[in-house]
Design a binder for this molecule. Structure first.
Ligand code: SAM
Length: 280
């Protein structure tokens, strides 16, 4: 194969990064994926993209973006904070004849629901410093089902484990309750540090989340309050950690023993507590 062209007809990512002098910035969580086979696997994890608008956070030099386009995404809308990446992304947009739109900005500030044109999926190798906050934003809020059909996201493995954790797991906490309440979540596969440039210190995982059509009826703000207190002192019994919210009396209203600890409650029990707290 010609060394100057990758399977999609564009230059290999290493060359792109050298040509545009994209020295990675730690402050922007820049660990780039250079292997189009791997980015292809992430794109396939998101399922059939042909009828979908894909929103990608942090395209960087475009490894995952190219895979999404190669795998037939109807269009990709990519939000990138680092203006140095824009010329590279413009080349990709030209190659794919306008199927890629790029928005320069901070993904935390962008109203993604308003970008969704038709059925939408979110796929991203997230910057680790804002990844969890973005996920919490996508899972929270009063409107459900959300504007996206699925989320396919790369996180540090430890965060991924917290997202998919169930009651009784060591990693079970606020993130697991929120994700389990609103979505089915699973780890699709792990990615070793060597797959990135520069290699991060830890293993990463791709998580696939699909929204539940009818999550348990529950007020998100009350759920957030309950889990913040319950897991804020996770070694303590619930009658102690929930004391500021009603303690044993609140627990009695939903028939949960005060001697239990937060990580033993399942999502349905947390929702029951949130509903009792809300109506107190
Ligand atoms: N998608 C590329 C890949 O897989 O090789 C890059 C992923 S890198 C882990 C994260 C990307 O997110 C970087 O390009 C970084 O500049 C960008 N980024 C960091 N913070 C951001 C923010 N708040 N909003 C949008 N993009 C951000």
């Amino acid at each position: 194969m010609n060394d100057n062209v990758a399977i999609d007809g564009l230059p290999p990512l290493r060359q792109v990064i050298e040509k545009h002098e994209l020295a990675t910035k730690k402050s922007l969580g820049q660990n780039f994926l250079l292997d189009l086979n791997l980015t292809g696997r992430i794109a396939r994890t998101a399922g059939d993209l042909t009828e979908l608008t894909v929103i990608e956070v942090g395209p960087g030099p475009g490894g995952l973006t190219r895979a999404l386009l190669m795998h037939g995404a109807k269009q990709v809308i990519a939000i990138e904070r680092d203006s140095r990446c824009l010329p590279v992304l413009a080349e990709i947009s030209d190659h794919y004849e306008g199927r890629l739109k790029v928005i320069e900005g901070d993904a935390l500030e962008v109203d993604m629901a308003s970008l969704a044109e038709g059925p939408t999926a979110i796929v991203a190798n997230l910057p680790y410093n804002v990844g969890t906050q973005l996920l919490v934003n996508w899972l929270s809020g009063p409107d459900w089902p959300p504007f996206y059909k699925s989320l396919t996201l790369m996180f540090q493995r430890e965060v991924a484990q917290r997202i998919v954790a169930q009651a009784g797991d060591n990693h079970f906490g606020r993130l697991g309750v929120l994700a389990g309440w609103r979505c089915h979540a699973e780890i699709a596969f792990d990615v070793s540090p060597q797959a990135f440039w520069p290699p991060p210190k830890v293993t990463s995982s791709v998580v696939h989340l699909t929204p539940r059509e009818t999550p348990i009826e529950c007020d998100g703000t009350a759920l957030e309050t309950i889990t913040r207190h319950a897991f804020g002192q996770r070694r303590k019994m619930l009658r102690q950690s929930l004391k500021p919210l009603g303690g044993q009396e609140l627990l009695d209203r939903v028939g949960i023993e005060g001697t239990r600890r937060a990580e033993t409650l399942d999502v349905a029990e947390f929702c029951a507590l949130a509903n009792a707290y809300k109506t107190a």
